[in-house]
Design a protein around this ligand. Structure first.
Ligand code: ZN
Length: 273
């Protein structure tokens, strides 16, 4: 699953190729990818819209068009590829955007979990899915007070709350494990029991870990890559994720693995309290 840093890399690569391109037509081969509006309206409304900018909010890609915005979430396996009209269409290419430079932007998704919304520009941020999202890691509103308020009634593990996109957007499983290790907090600690100091460390380390990951292009890129053929596997320096049984880089005791709310969690029981 692409995480926030990967989606940011995809955004940058796509924006380079798509800025000022006009979508002349679109073909939808698998209707469930289009969450809103109906497929008929989606096709009618997106035709002849020019792509001005690509943004990102959490893991949503946001294509800014003339009157609309196209939101795209890649979920597990969504990818974008550029093809020509002559290229055969694979069975996994579910949405095909025909561009004014004769290329096609094809949305490819073997699992079919990805979703797209086409919303009016003026309301896109005020309605779901974007209106349900929490703060970006770099938002100045992300403070200890904000987190305290969001977590005050939550007795579930802090690891689970870090993955909750309605609190902070874009922290995926790998990064949640790393953030908690750097913050010296057990992933099992009850969310409403964190001290002010601990919440401060979480905010600081969230920013550090994600910023570094974005600079490195993400840790698990398997989605759209500018030069196809290069299957980017940028490996960020990970301290605990995927390292069960190996010595903790701080104390040397073995890193443990535990499933928390169904997600694999790696931590040092000695350093993380
Ligand atoms: Zn340790």
């Amino acid at each position: 699953m692409p995480e926030l840093p990967e989606v940011e890399t995809i955004r940058k690569s796509l924006e380079k190729e798509l800025k000022n391109r006009t979508i002349v037509d679109v073909v939808v081969n698998y209707e469930n990818i289009i969450a809103e509006p109906t497929v008929f309206s989606f096709v009618e409304q997106i035709k002849n819209q020019t792509i001005h900018q690509l943004k990102r909010y959490g893991k949503w890609l946001i294509f800014e068009l003339d009157q609309y915005v196209l939101l795209s979430h890649l979920r597990m396996e969504g990818k974008y590829f550029f093809r020509t009209k002559e290229d055969p269409i694979s069975k996994h290419e579910h949405v095909i955007f025909c561009l004014d430079d004769d290329r096609e932007l094809r949305y490819h998704d073997t699992r079919k979990f990805g979703r797209m919304y086409l919303l009016k520009k003026e309301e896109a941020y005020d309605v779901p899915p974007l209106s349900k999202l929490g703060l970006e890691p770099w938002d100045s509103l992300l403070t200890v007070t904000y987190l305290k308020e969001k977590l005050k009634n939550k007795t579930i593990p802090i690891k689970t709350c870090l993955l909750d996109q309605s609190i902070i957007v874009g922290i995926g499983n790998i990064y949640a494990n790393e953030i908690l290790f750097l913050s010296r907090i057990s992933p099992l600690k009850k969310s409403n029991c964190l001290t002010k100091k601990e919440l401060e460390r979480i905010i600081e380390n969230t920013r550090t870990v994600l910023k570094e990951a974005i600079e490195m292009g993400g840790s698990t890129i398997r989605s759209y890559h500018p030069s196809e053929g290069i299957d980017g596997m940028f490996q960020q320096k990970l301290y605990v994720h995927g390292k069960d049984g190996t010595p903790c880089p701080v104390c040397g005791k073995p890193i443990q693995k535990k499933f928390i709310n169904g997600r694999s969690s790696y931590y040092c029981a000695h350093c993380q309290k």
